[in-house]
Design a protein around this ligand. Structure first.
Ligand SMILES: *[C@@H]1O[C@H](CO)[C@@H](O)[C@H](O)[C@H]1NC(C)=O
Ligand SMILES: *[C@@H]1O[C@H](CO)[C@@H](O)[C@H](O)[C@H]1NC(C)=O
Ligand SMILES: *[C@@H]1O[C@H](CO)[C@@H](O)[C@H](O)[C@H]1NC(C)=O
Ligand SMILES: *[C@@H]1O[C@H](CO)[C@@H](O)[C@H](O)[C@H]1NC(C)=O
Length: 597
């Protein structure tokens, strides 16, 4: 601490001195810090203490929106050091990495675009039509972002300083906190909006409610993120336990219904980190994929277990003419630090996807994809997202359903025949289902799709869907008599859609520009909360444009929003960043006293 103050004092002095001569950029300041620390520790020590230097720089410059800064102050120094040793040649490059565009001498590997080879012979485009009535249908339950916290405890502080509240704070992490002080907001009996995850009993209450009321369900999709946000305490053991427990829990409520999971970013240990096979063996994810393959027995064909155990993906022919593909797209996650070494189609999952789609096209089958991270999310890599987009566009006639999660919000994304032109043909819709967890800004919810069923010439397109939610305001106030309520019975009726086609959704975006009632409905449903539950309204055009733009962007480009003034600014849900006190506790835990700045 003393050292830090001395250094800071010296730094401020030297910068003030330099500043008199020429304006110094933050980049130069950063390099000065690295030089100073290097001088203090000598060459070897700098390498050993690179974590601490990085944290110091992140804090000094208040860099909060840099993934790297968020990443390094979580608990994975080993992995970070391995990656850093592979990509950094000089200490100064650390500044380039942390300062992004401001510091010239580091080529951000995450900004690079690589190209998959897209197969030729694309069949003539067939626009998706509204599904005619009168044929058999399927009903599919979509759950996502369960984020179950087995240690959720009613009455505990809901406004704590770690990424996970509503639970005893002294668990798994040495945090010094004064619990004598009054609890600012006690965790509700059934869950809490904010930095709190799903109590196990809320999950089972939901599953019981679905089992009691939903009637016949043909299958279930779970698009990832099973574990809580206690990122500092992630281990292969905790994750394996949760994969087994939640798979078994869901199975116990739906013993005769197949369940199709996808891998979420929180399944990684450390969070977001799914190590590809080019890393040393000790980092491989074999343990996760093996646990999944064991826990999902009977749901996954035996001939797919090898793929699942290699990269967390699989394909199943679920009906005559319909295939389900579970794609592990954490291989395209920008906080997946291994990808800083090489982000080109890690473990060949996109090539595998292409092969699967080609095979389905050859057979005349339709495909549904269940996956976790949407391509436009700030946690997605543009290189990966754009390749995925192009692959789906090539097989646009074959891919008739995409079921994602991750954002916790319920929303949809358009796909266009030209990924950079919203006036080109809208050819697919991606569903982002509502989370079970209330984490950050939401009421728990689930969705049930009605899908064109098994009959000759089935489109296997979604026909409509219904949605149910759990009002935490009213249920926590009356905890012995809780209920799940229908948010809406028909998305088509709710939004005035003639059907679930890309055209209809694209027109809905246009209508929302001026139709306040329609937009507000979409906006409230997105959170499953109203202003009476503390959700701020989105009343000006710029705010609205942000949401409309979001619906158009399935990869990271501003070109799809040129008619939406202000819409370039993505609406941000308040995802909590790791706080400084959290860092301190991490440092204490690691006990690397010799590196303390
Ligand atoms: C990838 O393709 C784009 C055109 O779609 C091209 O501009 C770019 O140079 C290609 N990148 C590489 C690394 O081949
Ligand atoms: C899951 O874990 C909870 C909490 O430990 C336990 O009560 C429950 O019985 C477990 N469920 C299954 C199916 O293993
Ligand atoms: C990155 O991975 C791809 C795909 O495995 C491989 O073809 C390429 O050679 C790798 N690049 C480097 C620089 O190692
Ligand atoms: C939840 O319940 C509260 C209290 O009854 C009510 O004011 C609020 O509008 C409800 N929210 C939703 C989304 O139904």
């Amino acid at each position: 601490m003393i050292m830090r103050l001395m250094l800071l004092g010296f730094l401020v002095f030297s910068l003030a001195f330099q500043g008199a001569v020429a304006a110094t950029s933050e980049c130069e300041e950063c390099k000065t810090i690295v030089d100073l620390l290097q001088f203090e520790w000598g060459e070897k020590k700098t390498e050993e203490c690179v974590m601490e230097i990085a944290v110091f720089i992140c804090e000094t410059f208040h860099i909060e929106d840099n993934d790297v800064c968020n990443f390094i102050i979580s608990d994975f120094s080993d992995e970070f050091m391995y990656v850093i040793s592979k990509i950094l040649v000089t200490p100064h490059q650390l500044c380039g990495l942390l300062m992004k565009n401001n510091c010239g001498d580091f080529v951000d590997p995450l900004a690079t675009i690589w190209n998959m080879t897209i197969p030729g012979n694309q069949p003539a485009y067939v626009p998706k039509q509204i599904v005619p009535a009168g044929n058999p249908t399927l009903r599919a339950l979509h759950l996502t972002d369960l984020h179950v916290d087995m240690f959720y405890t009613p009455g505990m502080e809901a406004q704590c300083d770690t990424p996970q509240c509503c639970r005893p704070q002294d668990m798994n992490v040495e945090i010094v906190e004064n619990y004598q002080s009054a609890v600012k907001e006690p965790a509700g009996p059934w869950g809490n909006v904010g930095s709190c995850d799903t109590p196990y009993w809320l999950l089972t209450n939901m599953l019981q409610h679905i089992a009691n009321t939903a009637g016949q369900l043909d299958y279930v999709m779970v698009s990832g993120d099973l574990v809580s946000h206690t990122v500092w305490a992630y281990t292969p053991e905790t994750h394996s336990f949760m994969v087994r427990n939640l798979s078994d829990t869901i199975r116990s409520y739906f013993p005769n219904t197949p369940v199709y999971f996808a891998v979420g970013n929180h399944e990684g240990v450390p969070v977001d980190n799914i190590a590809p096979h080019f890393t040393p063996k000790k980092y491989h994810m074999d343990w996760l994929y093996k646990t999944m393959s064991d826990s999902w027995k009977g749901w996954i064909p035996e001939d797919q277990e090898k793929t699942l155990e290699y990269n967390g993906c699989y394909m199943k022919k679920i009906y005559d003419g319909l295939r389900m593909i579970s794609l592990n797209n954490v291989y395209g996650d920008r906080i997946n630090f291994w990808l800083y070494i090489n982000q080109t189609d890690p473990d060949g999952t996109l090539q595998w996807l292409i092969n699967q789609l080609q095979d389905a096209e050859n057979a005349g089958d339709k495909v549904h994809i269940v996956a976790h991270i949407p391509g436009s999310d700030s946690e997605a890599l543009e290189g990966y997202a754009l390749n995925y987009y192009k692959i789906i566009n090539r097989f646009t006639n074959t891919v008739v359903g995409q079921f994602f999660g991750h954002t916790h919000s319920e929303q949809f994304y358009m796909m266009y025949s030209n990924p950079d032109d919203y006036k080109s043909t809208p050819n697919n819709v991606v569903y982002s289902a509502p989370s079970v967890t209330p984490y950050s800004d939401f009421f728990p919810a689930y969705r049930i799709y009605t899908i064109d069923g098994v009959h000759s010439g089935s489109t296997y397109q979604v026909i409509d869907y219904e949605e149910w939610y759990f009002n935490l305001t009213s249920n926590n106030a009356n905890p012995t008599n809780v209920k799940w309520e229908q948010l809406y019975k028909s998305a088509n009726a709710e939004y005035g859609l003639k059907g679930q086609t890309p055209d209809e959704y694209n027109q809905m975006i246009e209508r929302m520009k001026t139709n306040d009632d329609l937009f507000n409905r979409y906006y409230e449903n997105r959170y499953r909360r109203t202003i009476y539950d503390g959700r701020a309204p989105c009343s000006d055009q710029q705010c609205r444009n942000g949401y409309l733009c979001d619906a158009r962007q399935f990869h990271q480009t501003n070109q799809l929003c040129t008619d939406l003034e202000g819409g370039m600014i993505k609406p941000k849900d308040s995802k909590k960043k790791y706080s400084a006190r959290f860092v301190t506790s991490q440092e204490k835990r690691r006990g690397k006293e010799e590196c303390k700045i």
